[in-house]
Ligand binder design. Sequence first.
Ligand code: HEC
Length: 186
Amino acid sequence: MHHLLSGGIVAHLPPPPITIISKGNAVRGGGTAVDRVQKTPRKEGIVLLLHRLAPALVSAIMTLSPTLHPPGNIVKSLAQTADIQRGATLFRRACIGCHDAGGNIIQPGATLFVNDLQRNGVDSEEGIYGITYYGKGRMPGFGENCTPKGQCTFGPRLQEEEIRELAKFVKLQADQGWQQIETGQD
Ligand code: HEC
């Protein structure tokens, strides 16, 4: 998919704007490419075209190289931060009643701290996802297709995406010893 995308976008970029960009980015002693652009009589037309294309180029570059360019990295970590933020919000809504600060008010040996998660075999994101979706013992399941009914929450169900965000959040908090949630109440 990545190479398809990249092929497509590159194929649609006309060469002149790219040349001008390298001029703008200050190839000082550089070049023939710049000379060529400066001599061209349609310069203003091309500059206009560049203005129209610039946002598209920037987003194309960010899409194409998320790991190579700083802007891509920023976008990526912003997305992760947003995921974790949503996870925290969901946790406060659906889980904190029994798992405040990563504990377990019903079953002290099944907290959301790493040592319990490990001993109970649910210390992976998938493990946390599974128990959140289907429940276990006195832990109600929250998945939309959780069965049997008696094992599932009587409250609102969560979408798969939400449970995935929760699993990510719980895993991260467990790895960090649940330091922030204790005081963070907004
Ligand atoms: C009604 C109380 C209650 C609520 C609400 C609740 N849990 Fe639990 N949770 C439990 C109990 C009880 C267990 C222990 C289940 C067992 O092992 O038999 C548990 C276990 C877990 C475990 C495994 C912990 C371990 O060490 O084995 C995870 C992960 C977990 N819950 C996540 C969540 C998430 C995420 C939510 C919110 C969507 C949530 N729980 C909401 C009661 C609750």
